[in-house]
Design a protein around this ligand. Structure first.
Ligand code: R5P
Length: 294
């Protein structure tokens, strides 16, 4: 028997999945004692059941990691048979090496903690860059879902013709190349230099026909929005008809959304992180995976 919970960040998606799978849903109660210690409570009966925790790592990735570990350990203590984590957005993946002496390698520490505390992880388009596969850091079964197909379908419906795709940096070829191939349009992947976490430059290395086209810039993460804005400026210079941003994970930190608005005709994201730009629904992809093996 399967039961679904969420903690703070993915309540809508968790409820929707529970309804589709026709199983029980509850919200894990989490708050703080007056001294700020974590207080967590599971009110439903989880004994003998498979618990699916649906929880995105945004907002508050650091707290979320602790919340997930406490939820899983409490569920196991209460007799849950198995704990599966579906985190539509997995944080800690960008600090995937020691860039400067003494730094923590976040991806390795996060995965070690999850390996020790949950039985299986499913996530959507994790930021795999220097770490190439989830199985390089996870010893538990780790499933990567991709949103390429649902993004391609969305673009085809929304923009009937004159489409071209831009990936704003090298890693975004994973989305730009596949999506453009599925739609049957041209794409170019830009070269990005990151000067600081808030300052980037992009360069167009391969020119494609952008003039009078509906340009769609696709990336896995929109964080401050600066990468997207730099790419939009290049598209505008080349005479794009409309400019649209599609991010798999819309973090929009530091007023990112407001900053982006004036450069884009449209900004769309997938509902891996709850935001008003959520126009593409990941449910179908996760349901396919859950229906396979729960
Ligand atoms: C990083 O390599 C990611 O793919 C994104 O390009 C990056 O996280 C975007 O960050 P920002 O929105 O702050 O420019």
């Amino acid at each position: 028997m399967v039961i679904i919970t969420s903690i703070n960040n993915s309540n809508k998606l968790a409820k929707k999945l529970a309804k589709e799978l026709n199983c029980e849903y509850f919200k894990t109660e989490v708050s703080e004692f007056p001294d700020k210690d974590l207080y967590l409570k599971i009110k439903e009966k989880v004994k003998g059941k498979k618990l699916i925790i649906v929880e995105s790592f945004q907002p508050n990735p650091n707290k979320t990691l602790l919340n997930i570990i406490f939820t899983s350990q409490t569920a196991k203590d209460l007799g849950a048979k198995k704990v599966i984590l579906f985190c539509p957005y997995l944080a800690f993946m960008r600090q995937d090496k020691r860039f400067n002496p003494g730094e923590a390698i976040n991806a390795k520490i996060m995965s070690k903690l999850l390996n020790e505390n949950i039985d299986k992880i499913i996530t959507v388009d994790p930021h795999l860059h220097r770490i190439l596969k989830l199985k390089d850091i996870f010893t538990i079964p780790a499933i990567k879902l991709t949103s390429n197909h649902i993004i391609a379908e969305f673009i085809k419906k929304k923009f009937k013709k004159d489409i071209a795709i831009i990936g704003p940096d090298w890693e975004s070829y994973q989305w730009a190349d596949e999506i453009s191939a599925e739609i049957g349009v041209e794409d170019t992947v830009l070269e990005k230099t990151r000067n600081t976490s808030r300052n980037v430059n992009v360069e167009v290395k391969k020119e494609i026909n952008i003039k009078n086209k509906n340009i769609i810039i696709v990336d896995d993460i929109i964080s401050t929005g600066n990468t997207m804005i730099k790419a939009a400026k290049e598209a505008k210079k080349r005479g794009a008809k409309t400019i649209t941003a599609i991010g798999v994970h819309g973090l929009f930190v530091e007023n990112g959304y407001k900053k982006m608005e004036k450069y884009f005709d449209n900004i769309f994201t997938i509902n891996t992180i709850e935001h008003l730009t959520n126009k593409i629904d990941i449910s179908t992809e996760i349901l396919k995976e859950l229906n396979k093996k729960i």
